[in-house]
Design a protein around this ligand. Structure first.
Ligand code: ATP
Ligand code: MG
Ligand code: MG
Length: 376
């Protein structure tokens, strides 16, 4: 038992609370939005993430504290660590909230990232672009998500505008060589406070407009790529002294080479498939890891495709659910719907996801294609 406090009250917190409540834990969220997705299923302190009094109240109310996003203010993290137990520590946050620090840490763990350079001026950008050739990708070191805070430079004439635009964010910049990947995959590994490590099966990820659309499991890559990706994730979990989950996004090249793109020290959208398809979900695993429990079995029980439900998909999905689908049931397809309780179904906003369990990933993909919900 005990109470787990979570910095952030979005869908990741909500799913952590749902999994952990079943294990007998109580939860409290700190989130500025009243009636947040997590607040609907647990207690919530309604305040800004950098509100020190609220952080103290969270520490007071919690036996263990974790977070559902990595951009946690360093002062808040320090304050929480003083007053409560934060098994993930602040080092992991410090590393993963900054692309340059993250890349250096991955390399120090002996794992390859896309070639990169720190950019400190427009001239240094010009030098780096001519070294890497075009296209190449300029990214802000902090704060980016869903492809925001990056610019694919397709020609040298774009350099001034790219530099000017991304510099406005006021953070450091990094230029990456463009990896002509064949596929993108991700591996989520967990390391417990006792040092035990387990990886989930890699997911093959398909993005639309820089937002994750599908996670396909098993990933359609060779056995050797699967094994190597899991090994790299374990090496990163060890090297970065991770406690809790670490999501590792990777590029797979034509010849099966692997480059790490980026990390996230928390449950990851590409790990939602584990909720019904694995013996242990990523959310249960995170609770186990931070509470010092033995880690759960990560084996896959069924082929699955996770498809995200964005604002524009909610209405067609609800209509479809009301109709029922006997044909799918006969074909062994079970779409498991998860909605996060967000009120305004804004275009492109993540509102939920569906884990489509099926005899094989082709059948799941076909069901997704035929339902037409995701055509918009
Ligand atoms: P997320 O929502 O996953 O946090 P993000 O904004 O942090 O996204 P990245 O994951 O770094 O951004 O990049 C977004 C996508 O852009 C990647 O999934 C990949 O498709 C493409 N991309 C990023 N960097 C490169 C690269 N060096 N070479 C080729 N494609 C890239
Ligand atoms: Mg990211
Ligand atoms: Mg990413």
């Amino acid at each position: 038992g005990g109470t787990i406090g979570i910095l952030g009250g979005g869908q990741l917190g909500r799913m952590l609370a749902n999994a952990g409540s079943a294990m007998g834990y109580r939860f409290v969220a700190l989130d500025p939005t009243p009636d947040s997705p997590m607040g609907q299923v647990s207690r919530q302190i309604v305040a800004a993430y950098d509100d020190m009094d609220a952080a103290l109240a969270l520490a007071e109310a919690s036996d263990v504290i974790t977070y559902e996003f990595e951009n946690v203010d360093a002062d808040v993290a320090a304050k929480l660590m003083e007053r409560s137990y934060v098994p993930q520590g602040s080092e992991l946050l410090y590393t993963t909230q900054h692309r340059l620090r993250e890349k250096r840490a991955i390399e120090a763990a002996g794992v390859r990232v896309a070639p990169y350079r720190e950019i400190t001026s427009e001239d240094s950008l010009r030098d780096a672009v001519s070294a890497f050739g075009t296209p190449c990708v300029l990214k802000t070191a902090t704060g980016g998500y869903d492809g925001k805070g990056q610019w694919v430079i397709r020609g040298e004439d774009e350099i001034p505008e790219a530099y000017e635009t991304l510099s406005r964010a006021g953070t450091q910049l990094v230029l990456e060589q463009f990896i002509r990947f064949k596929q993108e995959i991700s591996v989520i590994a967990a390391r417990s406070s006792k040092g035990e490590i387990k990886a989930f099966p890699p997911a093959e990820n398909i993005h639309v407009d820089n937002i994750l659309h599908l996670s396909i499991v098993p990933a359609r890559v060779g056995e050797d790529v699967i094994a190597e990706a899991e090994r790299l994730a374990v090496r990163i979990a060890e090297g970065l002294n991770v406690v809790g989950l670490i999501a590792v996004e990777l590029f797979v090249t034509e010849d099966g080479g692997l480059y790490v793109n980026e990390l996230a020290p928390r449950p990851h959208n590409s790990g939602h498939y584990t909720m019904e398809a694995c013996r242990t979900s990523q959310f249960e695993q995170h609770v186990r890891a931070i509470c010092g429990l033995p880690l759960g079995d990560t084996s896959l029980m069924s082929s699955v495709v996770m498809v995200n439900v964005l604002g524009q998909h909610v209405e067609p999905l609800l209509e479809r659910l009301a109709e029922g689908d006997d044909a799918a049931t006969h074909a062994g397809i079970a779409p498991k719907v998860h909605l996060y309780g967000k009120k305004d179904a804004v275009f492109k906003r993540k509102m939920g996801h569906v884990n489509v369990l099926a005899p094989n990933v082709e059948a799941a993909l076909q069901w997704i294609e035929e339902t037409t919900i995701w055509k918009v």
